[in-house]
Structure formats: structure tokens, C-alpha cells
Design a binder for this molecule. Structure first.
Ligand SMILES: *Cc1c(COP(=O)(O)O)cnc(C)c1O
Length: 388
């Protein structure tokens, strides 16, 4: 017996599900070079345009000069530097929580938090459309694991009625492939009625939602009692890398003691944390980024509506156009690329079967003219596919 990798790969190719990595030859931005071609990109998560901001870049260089390059050890040994600590304090203040804990990625933050909070005899309930890292964390935790219907408080209530032990209700704040918001007031009301805790992963909300960029909890005005466990990531609107969990003193101490993806890994390069302090400052202060983004979102949605294409119920920079089959999504993406526009097709298993889509994302560094170029290219690409 041996591993038959070639047939597995061939099957994936035949199903139009094969993945390839576009090779980026410029810094992240709206105008990029990919595989030798100059393209206008509508598919990064750099929503505020901070990933290559000169002030963030300068802070990164300054961070290297001050703190060196490597983290050198895990946080519990000698890897917890002043740069990491200062960022944790700033993130605690930003989120209005007593403490925040910095981790190397959002994937690890979710793994670490869920597995530290629930185990055998407990229950974890998740929205069906939660991010893969949350679903993986739920499986790894060893608790009873059940998924409720997307944004459906009745479905959640039914599952809460059967829950055992400590119960954690987990949801994305902004759903990463659809762009819609979790109905957090309803989720929190159901959870508190059942004595459960709510954990929100707001990877796509921080920086985009709320007057200060405080994400979905600022948007809805929710307290720490309502959302005891708040996760944010730093690789999206913050434009750097890493993630944080914000909450009570006891929550953070529990994670430091028990979250294995926090304990058994080298701390992120301290210069990244140092640079993130600058991006946090820009994210809060430069409100024009959120305002411009909101204007682009309105412009794009009005334009797509006029083309008769189907939009999702999204008030965020994630504006997917659902086309159905993987083949059609790939064809539409290819037709846009011929017109100099980069929008990747998102296919199963990342999204449910039959809902392959173009995941258009907007950034504060796009201009209105660039959004118009996208709309024009979409109109042409759609015509071309109809007449094929
Ligand atoms: C991107 C994302 C993550 C993972 O964060 P990384 O820092 O990129 O590992 C987690 N949750 C959600 C909802 C995400 O969109």
C-alpha cells in the first residue's frame, strides 16, 4: 500500500477545485504585479490600506533596530518583550477590556482560546458559517460540538436547551466569506438566558466597524458581560500580523496557563508588535479611511445592483458575488483578469457547495474610479459568459 496522491490531486482538478497560489511581486496594495502582470486587485483583506503604509513600515524598521529580529523564545520563557507588552496594554485600552493577550495568528488564537475554555463534559455551539479555525478548534476541544443555523437565534436556543457543562457560544463578528454581521444582540440574549458565554471572532470587523474602528462590539455597544471573549486579528485591517484575545484578568490568566498554541510557540517578532502600535494609532485616528470605504461600498453595491447580479446582505468591505458553480466562478474570475482585474474565485469547501463566488473586497486605498473600472469589467465579463 502507498499513498495515492496523484489520483487525489487529479480528482480535485477535475472538480474545478484545484488551488494555485498567485505569486505577488510587489508589496500588498490595490495595484499589484502578479505572475508578471500588472493588476488592479480587489481581493486582499488589507481593508484600510495599512499593510504598506510608510509610517507602519518605518515603525517596523525602528522596531527591528530597537528589539532585533527574532522573538527568540516562547512568551513564558524569555520571548515576552517590552514591545509585545506595550501592544497588549494598548489593545486592552482600545477594546475597553481589562487585559489583552497577543498571539502569533488568528488561527492559533481561536485554537488556544476554545480548547482552554471547554473540554470533555462541556458544550461548544457555533454558527454554521464560522471560520475554519473556529470549527477546527471546536473539534479539537473534545467538548460536545454542534453548529446552529446561520444567524438563527431559534436554532441556537434549541441547542442551548440541550447543552451540558460549561457552554461556549462562538461566532464570527463579520462572516468572512459573506460579509454579513452576526446578530450579536440576539446571540448574547440567548446565551445569557442559558448561562452560556459568548466568544466573538471579529477578524473582519476591527478597523472597519464602529466610530473608533472598535469592530462589531463597538457597532452594537456590547459590554464585556455580554461578550466575555473577544478575538481580533492583526493581519487584516491592522495590516501587520498576529491576533489578540481581550477580556477579564481571569480569562487572560487562564489562557496564559492553559492555551497550548500560546504556550508552545515562539513569540512573534517584537518588531511586528512595535509596528502594530503605529497601525493601531492610524486605525483609530484616521476616520477618513472608514468613511471613504463606506462610500466605496455604497457605490459598488449600487453599480452591481444595476447589472442585475446577486449581492449578499453585507454592509462591510467584503462584497461577494455568488455565481453558483465552481466552474462559472473560475470563468468569471478569468474574464476579469483578462481586463486587468484580480478577484479570486472562492470555492467549496471554503464555502458551501453550489455557492462558489467572487469575493470582492474593497480597501480604503481604492479610488471611486477604480471601483467604476471593476463595475465596467464585471458588466463585460458577464456579457461574455452569457454569449459563450
Ligand atoms: C483570517 C481569519 C482568521 C485567521 O487569522 P490569521 O491571523 O490570518 O491566522 C480567523 N478568523 C477569521 C474569521 C478570519 O477571517
Amino acid at each position: 500500500m502507498s499513498f495515492n496522491l496523484s489520483s487525489r490531486l487529479a480528482e480535485r482538478r477535475a472538480a474545478h477545485l484545484y488551488r494555485q497560489r498567485p505569486l505577488l511581486q510587489t508589496p500588498q496594495g490595490v495595484e499589484v504585479q502578479v505572475d508578471g502582470e500588472r493588476l488592479l486587485s480587489f481581493c486582499s483583506n488589507d481593508y484600510l490600506g495599512l499593510a504598506n503604509d510608510p509610517r507602519v513600515n518605518d515603525a517596523f524598521v525602528e522596531g527591528v533596530q530597537r528589539w532585533g529580529t527574532g522573538g527568540g523564545a516562547s512568551h513564558l520563557v524569555t520571548g515576552h518583550s517590552g514591545a509585545h507588552h506595550a501592544l497588549e496594554e494598548a489593545l486592552a485600552e482600545f477594546t475597553g477590556r481589562p487585559r489583552a493577550l497577543l498571539l502569533s495568528s488568528g488561527y492559533m488564537a481561536n485554537m488556544g482560546t476554545v480548547t482552554a475554555l471547554v473540554g470533555q463534559g462541556d458544550t461548544v455551539l457555533q454558527d454554521r458559517l464560522n471560520h475554519a479555525s473556529l470549527l477546527d478548534a471546536g473539534l479539537l476541544a473534545g467538548a460536545r460540538f454542534s453548529r446552529y443555523l446561520h444567524n438563527d437565534a431559534d436554532s441556537l436556543r434549541g441547542r442551548l436547551g440541550k447543552a451540558q457543562g460549561n457552554t461556549l457560544v462562538v461566532t464570527d463578528g463579520v462572516f468572512s466569506m459573506d460579509g454579513d454581521l452576526a446578530d450579536l444582540p440576539a446571540v448574547c440574549a440567548e446565551a445569557s438566558g442559558a448561562g452560556a458565554w459568548v466568544m466573538v471572532d471579529d477578524a473582519h470587523g476591527f478597523g472597519c466597524l464602529g466610530d473608533q474602528g472598535g469592530g462589531i462590539v463597538e457597532h452594537y455597544g456590547l459590554s464585556m458581560e455580554q461578550v466575555p471573549v473577544l478575538v481580533g486579528t492583526l493581519g487584516k485591517a491592522f495590516g501587520t500580523a498576529g491576533a489578540f484575545v481581550a477580556g477579564s484578568e481571569e480569562l487572560i490568566e487562564t489562557l496564559i496557563q492553559f492555551a497550548r498554541p500560546y504556550i508552545y510557540t515562539t513569540s512573534q517578532p517584537p518588531a511586528v508588535a512595535h509596528a502594530t502600535l503605529t497601525s493601531l494609532h492610524l486605525l483609530r485616528e484616521e476616520r477618513w479611511r472608514r468613511e471613504h470605504l463606506a462610500a466605496l461600498i455604497r457605490r459598488f453595491r449600487t453599480g452591481v445592483d444595476a447589472l442585475g447580479l446577486e449581492l449578499m446582505d453585507s454592509p462591510t468591505p467584503i462584497q461577494p458575488i455568488v455565481v453558483g458553480s465552481s466552474e462559472r466562478a473560475l470563468a468569471l474570475s478569468a474574464a476579469l483578469r483578462q481586463r486587468g482585474i484580480l478577484v479570486t474565485a472562492i470555492r467549496p469547501p471554503t464555502v458551501p457547495k453550489g455557492t462558489a463566488r467572487l469575493r470582492v473586497t474593497l480597501s480604503a486605498t481604492h479610488t471611486e474610479q477604480q471601483v467604476d473600472r471593476l463595475l465596467e469589467a464585471l458588466a463585460q465579463a458577464q456579457q461574455e459568459l452569457i454569449h459563450e
